[in-house]
Design a protein around this ligand. Structure first.
Ligand code: GLY
Length: 423
């Protein structure tokens, strides 16, 4: 099969690495791709939001399956464009991707169908939001309704902070129209767990669990980022909790989307908070997590194309989804200054240390190929993943592997997976 992957981050590199292992994959393309993906796929310089151009390319190259990695094209309706042109594509249609594209939609869905989450209120005007902030108890969580590169969530400990947050989102419009509507939620406490699920519109199959580290600095300090590292599985996500989630969250979400005429096909990312009152939904996303994909996919035993085709064909119930009985840890190597200001174009050395090293991966996020070699080209540069027999071994291996690569301004958190010690 000819496969096209749409996206350019560490998540798409991890997807491409899984596709490469598929017995069905022949030629792999990635649009637009990055410096690392170029080693296993032919990168094509078409931006992810150019839907018609991508569909033209898929027709021209006789692509048998297109996999959409990123949220923006999904929310923007890329799957609908491909389907209208009779092209086979993996991902939710626009009417289903709204589960990620609008936080107020997803909150209202959960409320209507009794799916456990926290209390919330939705606001379309800053004046109403500010009045509400006078009577809530703190902390509260402010969420821009639309997509905001994973950075539209503000945890506010005081009324003053929350008022400043409303100014940032609704008046200064730091995230553009994404902040026209804001959801204000109660703050939930507990362990966070990410569970990525394959979905075929009717059936849902959760993958092994993972935990992200969203803050930029050690000790969960600093600004929110796209994710600074992950581990899988989460030792806090027990079989008992998984069963509760399957009964009260995963299948009910599939059923709710179907009842709304928004059948969900593709990857549903369920961000969970394991609270004292049981697991609750923090957020939904309509695609693989990044960097969750970098620890989950390397542990998957199935041929990824088989599973994706089953999702498209509505036969996911026939798939026996299996993961290795081991663990993986991913440490993000970032450009110092991320997620604010940082420099690009720094030469990366040592990547050859990962070649043919079983169980070790350098997934490229923000990199670019130049005549001089591979250089940094973003805030998150590489996802260094290692497997181990257990989480502690995987963490030791991953941190060891972070030493194999160098670039100026290399920055990482030193406490990815620290929670493992508390399990
Ligand atoms: N790691 C969080 C996300 O992918 O949204």
């Amino acid at each position: 099969m000819n496969i096209l992957i749409v996206g350019s981050g560490g998540r798409e590199h991890a997807i491409a690495a899984s596709v490469k292992k598929s017995r069905k994959a022949e030629k792999i393309y990635c649009a637009p791709g990055n410096g690392g993906i170029a080693e296993i796929a032919e990168c094509v310089n078409i931006p992810a939001m150019e839907f018609e151009k991508l569909a033209d390319f898929a027709e021209e190259k006789k692509i048998d399956l297109t996999i959409i990695g990123m949220d923006d094209p999904l929310v923007g309706g890329i799957v609908d464009v491909f389907e209208e042109r009779g092209l086979r594509v993996f991902g939710p249609e626009k009417k289903a991707a709204i589960i990620e594209g609008s936080k107020s939609f997803s909150k209202d869905l959960m409320k209507k169908y009794g799916i456990p989450t926290c209390n919330y209120q939705t606001f379309h005007s800053p004046e109403e939001a500010l009045l509400y902030l006078e009577k809530v108890s703190y902390p509260v969580v402010l969420k821009a309704d639309g997509l905001a590169l994973g950075k539209g969530v503000l945890i506010c400990n005081t009324q003053k902070e929350a008022e400043a947050g409303i100014t940032t989102l609704m008046l200064d419009k730091q995230f553009g129209d994404a902040g026209n509507t804001v959801v204000i939620e109660d703050f939930m406490t507990g362990r966070e767990v990410s569970v990525l699920c394959f979905c075929d519109g009717t059936h849902i199959k959760p993958m092994t669990s993972a935990q992200d580290h969203k803050r930029a600095k050690d000790g969960d300090k600093g600004l929110n980022t796209g994710g600074m590292g992950t581990f899988s599985p989460s030792p806090f996500y027990t079989d008992e909790i998984a069963k509760i989630c399957e009964e009260t969250i995963y299948q009910p979400t599939m059923n709710a989307m179907k009842a709304e005429g928004r059948d969900f096909t593709g990857i549903l990312f369920v961000g969970l908070m394991l609270t004292a009152d049981g697991p609750k939904v923090l957020e939904y996303n309509a695609r693989f997590g990044d960097p969750e994909a970098q620890v989950v996919l390397p542990r998957m035993k199935n041929d990824i194309i088989d599973v994706m085709e089953a999702c498209i064909d509505g036969t996911l119930d026939k798939i026996d989804l299996q993961f290795e009985d081991n663990a993986a840890v991913c440490v993000i190597l970032a450009s110092d200054g991320y997620p604010e200001k940082y420099e690009k174009g720094k030469l990366i050395t040592g990547l050859e240390n990962f070649h043919d090293k079983e169980g070790y991966y350098a997934f490229h996020a923000g990199t670019k190929r130049t005549e001089d070699g591979i250089v940094t080209n973003g805030g998150r540069v590489l996802g260094i993943t290692a497997k181990g027999n257990d989480l502690k071994e995987a963490r030791k291996n991953a941190y060891e592997a972070t030493k194999w690569v160098s670039f100026e301004n290399k920055y990482m958190r030193n406490d990815i997976g620290k929670a493992i010690d508390e399990a």
